[in-house]
Each structure stands twice: as C-alpha cells, then as structure tokens.
Design a protein around this ligand. Structure first.
Ligand code: HEC
Ligand code: HEC
Length: 377
C-alpha cells in the first residue's frame, strides 16, 4: 500500500518533468553570460555534470525558495529553519527535527552541505533525486504540511515576487513541479564544503598542518578502528561514506526501549519530558523507525541506516539518525565498547577497546573534517 502510494507520487513528478524539459532548455544565448561554474574545493570530487554549470538567476531563485517560510502551509517553516546555515545546514538544537506546530519528527536533521554528491537522500535513502526530494518536506503533514503539489504551485503563483523570477529562469515553463525542485536543488548544489584541515594535510600535502594527536587519530580511523571501511576516503577525494546502509545498533536499541522519554519543546527555551505512551495517548502515534527496511522490505535492512558523511561532523551534534548520541566522545565510546558491533551483519564492526588517549585522538581527527564553507557568501 505504502509502496504503491510512493510509486504514484513518483509517476506524478515525472509527468511534471516531461512537460518541463522544453522550458528548461530554452535559455537564450544572452543569458549564457550569467552562468556560474561550480568548482569543487580541495577534497571533494568534481561536481556532478548536471549541476556543474548553473545560471546565477536559478541559484538565487532556489536560495529564495529555500529560505521562504511562505512555502509552508501556515507560513511558519522554511527549509532553512531546520537546515540552519550557521549549523552547517543541520539542526543542533534538538535531537529530532521539530516540524509543523512543534511536532517532533522521527529523525535528526542531516546537513545539506555536499548533498549534491549523495547517491540517495534521507537516512533510509528513500529518495535518489535531489530535484525531487524537495516535495517530500513540502508535502509531509508534520513538516511543511501543504495538502498537494498543486496547492504549493498556486501558492507560489500568488506571491508577487516570484512570477518574474521564474519566467526569467524557466521561460516557457514558469512555476512547475519541476522548476520549483530544480531551482532549490541548484541552490543546494552550491553548498559545497571541503578544504578542511584534513584535506589540506591529506590531499594538499601540507604535512605540518595536523597535530600529532590528530594524525594518530587518522591512523586509528583508517587502521584498527576500521572506520574508513564504511566512511570511505578515496584517492583524490573523500566523502566519508560508502553510500550504503548498515545496522550499527542505534535503531535496534531505540526499538527495544519503546517507552523511552521524549523532550517536548513547548516554547523557545521551555521543554517538558514525556514518556512515549503518554504522547501516544493524546497525539498521533509516533511511527516506529526500522530504517532501510521501510524502503526495501528486505529483512536484512531492518534498522540499517545510510552511512553519513563525516564532513563538518563537529558542527552537527547530536548524532545518528535519531540524534540519540550527544557528543563525538560518546560516538567513539559507542563504537569502542562493542555496542555497535553487536548488531553488525557484515563483519566491519568490532569491539575496539580503545584507550582513553586513542579515543581522544580519534575525536581530534574527526574535528579536522570541518570545511571552510563558513562565510562563503
Ligand atoms: C521540519 C524540519 C525540516 C524541514 C522544514 C525541511 N527538512 Fe530537510 N530534512 C529534515 C529531516 C529530519 C531529514 C531526514 C529525514 C529522514 O531521513 O527521513 C531531512 C532530509 C533532507 C535532505 C536529505 C539529506 C541527506 O543527506 O540525506 C535534504 C536534501 C533536505 N532535507 C532538504 C530540504 C529542503 C530543500 C527543504 C525545504 C523544501 C527541507 N529539507 C525542509 C528536516 C527538515
Ligand atoms: C559498518 C559501517 C561503519 C563503520 C565500520 C563505522 N561507521 Fe560510523 N556510521 C555508520 C552508519 C550506518 C552510521 C549512521 C547510523 C545511524 O544513523 O543510526 C554512522 C554514524 C557515524 C557518526 C555520526 C554521524 C552523524 O552525523 O550523525 C560518526 C561520528 C561515526 N559514524 C564515526 C565513526 C567512527 C569514528 C568509526 C570507527 C570507529 C565508524 N564510524 C565506523 C557506519 C559505519
């Protein structure tokens, strides 16, 4: 039933794309000048061809949409209110995202920096096209809560400041299912973050730039820690992900503690704590989270989540798909103690029993992965 609903949704989006192609390709020669070529910073692979050269007007339009609260049903939520620019385009204020009317979502908000390189999107990879992804938050009842795609298009149509901009970028097409998603994706494609201290050391040959402790952490990361068997480092670039899904025990642990405590934000700075059965008694039941299984219905994928990129990881606590691990020290302890390995099916996770110094070194290494995107604009 759910799979069917998704298939219909995707079919509808593709129908929109069909109509759109003509418009998108009809850019006039005079506009060629106003393009920007996205060159990737040190440590990142080349920008995928589809996004490598973009009209400046399109990026600006996408940026405006990304930050516009009027895209949500009650004019309160923009993409940027969960993907907060100062927080590396993630949220650090809450474990799970806070959506429409203060509802707590199931999952932690991931950073959208470098999302142009992601092969699948969301913690369980339930979308694979960046330019279609936008429709899921726009339509999710607990996120931007719009009732339909048509409703969103009518809403944008009714806002005076958009008509001319869409016509400039998408001449024949105007405001459409395709153009809205395409513009936001174009903006997201510009959110590149590399040239970290790690990159300058590893790819740039600045051998003096890391401390002894950070270099020792790198040895653990790529050696006895086995971290880089999933958080990959390539020859010329590193995304710190294998683009695959693994059970590292976080989802399992959450499911076994089904009456866990939730922090409910009441107003900025005011919180209350409730047990799950108390929330379920009056609210909409929180859906269980079984990870990649929800997409594939394959038992092996139960509680498996996408390997996240570790770029900018020091800037995006709390961690894991549900934000249940507070600090990088806690993450390293979780792996070291063998907690993660208990549930692993592919032999890549082992109990590590790292010494306190080794754990500190590993954390120090993780902190070298902060990119230099700050102040890009
Ligand atoms: C209420 C908070 C909230 C809002 C509003 C929101 N997002 Fe998200 N976003 C999330 C959460 C939470 C996830 C992860 C959800 C999951 O895995 O199921 C996510 C995932 C994503 C991802 C996938 C990243 C990855 O690496 O897998 C992208 C891209 C994204 N959002 C872009 C957007 C855009 C564009 C908008 C506006 C149209 C938007 N988001 C609005 C909270 C939000
Ligand atoms: C078997 C593959 C695998 C190995 C090996 C592995 N990880 Fe992970 N890592 C993952 C997955 C999958 C997640 C996401 C789990 C979730 O969301 O529930 C993750 C999450 C993380 C996070 C949280 C990132 C965030 O943004 O929430 C950090 C930090 C991390 N890993 C560091 C490490 C370190 C350090 C090691 C080595 C000690 C390591 N990982 C080994 C697959 C792996």
């Amino acid at each position: 039933m759910k799979a069917l609903a998704r298939a219909v949704f995707v079919a509808a989006v593709f129908a929109g794309l069909g109509v759109a192609a003509g418009g998108a390709l009809s850019g006039s020669a005079s506009r060629q000048a106003g393009h920007t070529k996205l060159t990737s910073p040190l440590g990142l692979p080349p920008v995928p061809e589809k996004y490598a050269v973009l009209p400046v007007d399109k990026i600006e339009l996408g940026r405006k949409l990304f930050f516009d609260r009027r895209l949500s049903f009650n004019n309160t939520l923009s993409c940027a209110m969960c993907h907060i620019e100062e927080d590396a385009f993630a949220s650090t204020q809450s474990k799970r995202a806070i959506g429409m009317e203060g509802l707590t979502l199931r999952r932690n908000t991931p950073s959208v920096l470098n999302s142009v390189y992601q092969k699948t999107l969301f913690h369980d990879g339930h979308e694979s096209h960046l330019d279609l992804q936008v429709w899921l938050p726009l339509l999710a009842a607990d996120e931007m809560a719009n009732p339909s795609m048509g409703y969103v298009l009518d809403r944008i149509e009714g806002l005076d400041d958009y008509k001319a901009r869409f016509e400039r970028v998408y001449a024949a097409e105007g405001i459409s299912i395709h153009s809205v998603g395409d513009a936001i994706a174009a903006y997201e494609a510009t959110l590149l973050s590399g040239n970290s201290r790690f990159d300058r050391w590893h790819f740039g040959g600045e051998k003096q730039i890391l401390t002894k402790s950070e270099m020792a952490g790198f040895e653990i990361f790529t050696g006895k820690g086995g971290c880089s068997s999933c958080h990959l480092i390539g020859k010329d670039a590193a995304l710190f992900t294998d683009h695959l899904f693994h059970n590292t025990g976080i989802g399992y642990r959450a499911s076994m503690h089904s009456d866990r405590e939730y922090v409910i934000p009441l107003a900025p700075g005011v919180e209350t704590r409730m047990l799950r059965h108390e929330i379920d008694a009056f609210g909409e039941k929180l859906r269980n989270d079984v990870g990649r299984f929800e997409v594939t219905l394959n038992e092996d994928d139960r509680w498996a989540y996408k390997t996240p990129s570790l770029r900018n990881v020091s800037r995006t606590p709390p961690y894991m798909h549900d934000g249940s691990v507070a600090t990088l020290e806690d993450v390293v302890e979780y792996y070291s103690s063998g907690e993660a390995a208990k549930h692993a099916t592919n032999g890549k996770l082992k109990r590590l029993d790292l010494t306190p110094v080794e754990r500190a070194n590993l954390v120090a290494f993780l902190k070298t992965l902060d990119g230099d995107d700050r102040g890009r604009r």
